[in-house]
Design a protein. Sequence first.
Length: 291
Amino acid sequence: MPRLGAHMSVAGGLPRAVERAVVHRCEALQIFAKNASQWRGRELPPAEIREFRRRVAASGIQPVVSHASYLINLATPVRPLRRQSIEAMADEIGRAEALGLLGVVLHPGCYTIGSPDEALGLIAEALLELLKATRRGRAMILLEHTAGQGTALGSTFEQLASILARTDGHRRIGVCLDTCHLLASGYDLVSAEGYAATFAGFERLIGLERLKAFHLNDSRTPLGSRVDRHTHIGAGHLGLAPFRRLVNDRRFRDLPMLLETPKTEGNARGAVAVDPLDEKNLDTLRSLVEP
């Protein structure tokens, strides 16, 4: 079986995210290690780090990943923003190391000046700089495949493969695939033939060994829309068939599959309690797993 889980709020402190994952019977977890809408995050007290790691170990939840700030743009050639982005990503990696996470999920970036090819080169240069600075680290950078909205890069396997090639296939760079993004960017997961072709293409261009995590989200927008809008499992343009294939695909049996679907309003930042929408989505996925 894959390791099913969800993105959980860290409201009340990082250990509370683990508590929320436990009450939802998660086997994997994604968090924000800092506020995703701010450049600088609060300093993590050593006691909070220790308690987080203790609760993760006690729960058996693994792997745990963080998602990088949405402000980070490693594709920009604008020097002040580029330096700010690299420093912010270095902080994200440092937090992941301290917390014992598998890695940090990162949107590759957006280009606004120059060509997409030049921007892919800038992303690779930044990744190499970051990994060189943490050469003894273990935390990975997981490039998230994007829906291709606006000038976002990483919406094709060819672009992700280009970044990997320019980093000489660094062992600490992996890939996170999002089902909503795949559909929106033009990869047909709905038909059996499209599903097979999608992963055959990924294996040929990138390699399945690079795939470290999935985000499981249905899509409010159709195939090729290039618009990123998540919705509940089975309630969008993907339907249930692709998720049934994914959770039963033996190639992905040990990978984390993490929900980023909408939560009950006001519930995510409240007390530790079962969110009815998370529970429904997780139960739907569990029901698709064949014995």
